[in-house]
Structure formats: structure tokens, C-alpha cells
Ligand binder design. Sequence first.
Ligand SMILES: Nc1ncnc2c1ncn2[C@@H]1O[C@H](COP(=O)(O)OP(=O)(O)OP(=O)(O)O)[C@@H](O)[C@H]1O
Length: 226
Amino acid sequence: MLLFGAINKLNHVWNNTIQWLSDGILHSQRILAKNQELELTNEQLHNLTLIEIEKCLQSSRRTLKEFSSLPYPKGYVLEQLGNRLIYDECNYDIPTLKAEFAELHALLTDEQRKFFNQIMTSVTKQMGGVFFLHGYGGTGKTFMWRTLASALRSKHDIVLKVATSGITSLLLPGCRTTHSKFKITVPTLDNSTYNIDHDSDLNKLLRETKLIIWDEAPMEHRYTFE
Ligand SMILES: Nc1ncnc2c1ncn2[C@@H]1O[C@H](COP(=O)(O)OP(=O)(O)OP(=O)(O)O)[C@@H](O)[C@H]1O
């Protein structure tokens, strides 16, 4: 409504809807902080709600600063909010994921189950490793990734899903292209490095990540892996 200028008395609407607008903020902050006992004051809740609105506006290159009758989130809350990338990757509906995992896991074929167990063992024991899963179209690769992702995400673990092409990225929920996610330089040369700052949110996200699922990996130039 803000984007389309559909509200006249912004302040009035804000004051009368804040309790609904802020619904769920505490829940998502508890997930982000990995602390189910976390409590927030009303002021913090209001600020976090404003940050959510600001985030929506910024995705359309707009900002709350354009709306003088609405408060603007305070800086200290912005700092407290933490890493937005990690927040976004943790902000999943856990009961839905658990149900999805139970459904998919029960359907795995013996071959899929073997791969699933192998990859899950490597992740849970933090052994590291690279697994290359290939097969003809329709043999269940995407099905496997969905099972792995729901297994880990339902335990609050971070799984990044990336794909080489934009088309493929649309097939996997929450998926991004590798170039967008990892800031891979274009063109990618033999001496290129990922454009990720040491102290950046993305760096912290990658260090927290348990599994990266890279769809259509053979379509990528070998320099992007190296
Ligand atoms: N174990 C399974 N039980 C039931 N259905 C399955 C199973 N494995 C795969 N499928 C189904 O088979 C269809 C094809 O699987 P999927 O899309 O995962 O294949 P794919 O290998 O990723 O194909 P492509 O390479 O074309 O992307 C999907 O509808 C998927 O839900």
C-alpha cells in the first residue's frame, strides 16, 4: 500500500495496525538468536516491524524516509538485528519442513537413501566433502535435494541452494544463481576470487552454512569452483 500511495492517514493506520504488523517478529527473532527465551520490549518490536517494512520498500528502491508521518527505525535496533542473510536462511516454517521431510524421506528409493545417508553423515559429523550426483532427467536429483534441504533446515541448519542458470534456480525453493549468491566475478578467470569481504554478512553466512546444493554444476566453468 505504501508503494502505491494507497494510504492517506499513514500515522493513524500505523498506530492501529502495529499489533498485527508485528505479529511473528518475536518468533523470527528467537529463531535468529537461537534463543527461545528471548523477550523484546514493545519499542524493539515496533522498530523491528519498521525494519521489515523498510526491507520491503528497499527491494523496490524506496524507503520509509519518504514517509515523514511514519517513524524510521532507530540505528541501535538495526545493529541488533544481526545478519540479515543468516536471518533469511533460518526463517523457515519448521513444522512444514518437518512434514515435508517425513513425506519425502519415506519415498526415497534405496539408491537415493544411500546417497542421502552418505551426505547427511558427512554434514552432521562435519567431515566436509564434495558430492557429485548425476543422472538422466527425471531420475530424482531435485527430489534428493529437497529431502536433504528439508532434513537440515527443519533442524535450523543452514542450507544454501544455488544453480548455474536463472531458469534452474526457479525450480528449487529459495534458490539463487551462483553468480548472485557468491558474487562471482564476470568474466571468471583463472586468477579470479569470489568478491566476498572477510567481515561481510555473506562471509558469516557461508561459515554458518552446513550444506551447499549447487544444481547444474557441470554447466559452470571450472574456474568458478577453483
Ligand atoms: N523416490 C521418489 N518417490 C516418488 N517420486 C519421486 C521419487 N524420486 C523422484 N520422484 C519424482 O519424479 C519426478 C522427477 O524427479 P526430479 O524432478 O527430482 O528429477 P531430476 O533428476 O531432478 O530431473 P531433471 O534432471 O530433469 O531436473 C518428480 O515428480 C519427483 O517428485
